[in-house]
Write a protein that binds this ligand. Structure first.
Ligand SMILES: *Cc1c(COP(=O)(O)O)cnc(C)c1O
Length: 417
């Protein structure tokens, strides 16, 4: 063991140290455009690979959006991923070992395990696939042809969302219900699973605790999509403790793990069946959702770091950034701000910015367009219906709140009467 440890450490400080050093200095150069990364020549030599490709980087005041790259990994996650990339291993063995470590870190209840997937969407697809097939090799090869298997998943109408495509991809039919009475009528021998979208909890007639209770009264496994539902960090184990059979999380959102990683937490047998339906196993539905050794290891590290973080301090810093921007923009006559934090998903400080349209001739949508096409480019949201300028600050890099305040003041003032 001692030999192994020192060998590993030496490997890290030697060849790998150089590689990690490159990543870190690359980061630095990236933060200060124009700086040179030490040991990369050719592509990446400037330290800004995006600029070299002619792709504009943006200041992200919108949050953990996959379309903007999700979140930025912590340096120690990048380092762990680089270490993972130095050796060959059995991926199924690594998946099981990483899942065991994650289950211990999260102090999951007895009988629960975890699996690193390529994202929460992949966790939904392979989790359901596992419920449908069990460990039957014929069924696993057969999906999405459901002959011989159960074929229906029950979901509340207000819980439908674009990500239920991942459920439908297994071949199941979604049975949409609204009331408890509808649910009673919908349950039949073909019902494979009852699905809950956690962000929609307040909208459905049946709430999160009752949903799992009703599922279990009818011997049906319950799945909860909690992809963007950390913070609070306790959500990582709350739904397992509530009894949900399977829970999906994104790795590349607030947890700041690898962008192409997610987590399936659940009953050990179901988690094992999910892995059988996933890469590296061939002739499976999930073979297209490959998760690499780097992502698996990176996810373990990201969770370790995330659990150690002082979430109260972070929350205060996120609020301070918004308060700073608010202080600057509300100096403009007619501009007001408010702070409505979402209850469940993306539960972090948010800010709405509104203005008197008689004083400032600009719609929120026009404001986001102007900010996005500015230099530097700033991404804020204008709400689903363009009702107000909306932003959060948990994905901002140090100092970017000052740039957002400056750009916002510029755009608003240029349209003031
Ligand atoms: C982001 C998200 C997903 C997909 O997660 P990935 O990790 O990007 O695959 C699924 N459901 C909800 C509600 C989400 O917000």
């Amino acid at each position: 063991m001692a030999f192994n440890d020192s060998w590993n450490r030496r490997t890290f400080l030697g060849t790998l140290g150089a590689l990690v050093g490159t990543i870190f200095s690359g980061r630095k150069a990236f933060a200060f455009p124009g700086g040179k990364a030490a040991s990369v020549s050719g592509f990446g030599a400037t330290g800004n690979v995006y600029e070299e490709l002619g792709v504009t980087t943006v200041i992200n005041g919108q949050g953990t959006m996959t379309v903007l790259g999700g979140s930025l990994m912590r340096p120690e996650v990048e380092a762990a991923m680089a270490m993972a990339g130095r050796h060959f291993v059995s991926i199924p063995e690594l998946e099981v070992a990483a899942g065991k470590r994650i289950a211990e870190m999260l102090k999951l209840p007895e009988g629960y395990g975890a699996l690193v997937t390529s994202g929460a969407a992949a966790a939904m697809q392979s989790g359901l696939a596992g419920i449908l097939t069990g460990d039957n090799p014929k069924f696993i090869e057969q999906l999405p042809d459901l002959t011989g298997m159960k074929s229906e998943v029950i979901i509340q109408k207000s819980h439908r969302n674009p990500f239920d495509h991942q459920l439908r991809s297994t071949g199941v039919k979604l049975v949409v219900i609204e009331s408890r009475d509808d649910l009673k009528k919908a349950i039949n021998p073909q019902t494979a699973m009852m699905h809950f979208s956690n962000f929609a909890d307040t909208e459905g007639q049946i709430k999160v605790e009752e949903w799992v209770k009703l599922a279990h009264e009818n011997q049906i496994p319950a799945f909860i999509d909690a992809a963007a539902d950390t913070p609070p960090v306790s959500h990582l184990w709350d739904y397992a403790n509530m009894g949900y059979d399977l829970v999906a999380f994104s790795g590349g959102k607030a947890i700041r793990g690898p962008q192409c990683a997610g987590l399936l937490v659940g009953k050990k047998d179901l988690v094992a069946y999910a892995l059988l339906n996933n890469s590296p196993h061939e002739d499976t539905l999930g073979r297209s959702q490959k998760v690499g050794k780097e992502e698996i290891v990176g996810m373990v590290k990201a969770l370790e770091s995330y659990l150690k973080e002082d979430h109260e301090v972070l929350n205060k810093e996120w609020q301070r950034r918004l308060d700073f921007i608010s202080g600057q923009v509300t100096k403009i006559p007619g501009v007001t701000t408010s702070f409505p934090a979402p209850e469940i998903a993306n539960h972090v400080p948010h800010m709405h910015i509104k203005w008197d349209s008689a004083r400032i001739a600009l719609t929120p949508r026009e404001a986001t367009t102007a900010l996005r096409s500015g230099k530097p480019s700033v991404v804020l949201s204008s709400g689903e219906h363009g009702e107000a300028l909306s932003m959060n600050s948990f994905m901002l890099q140090p100092g970017e709140e000052k740039i957002i305040a400056r750009e916002l003041v510029k755009v608003l003032k240029s349209h003031a009467a």
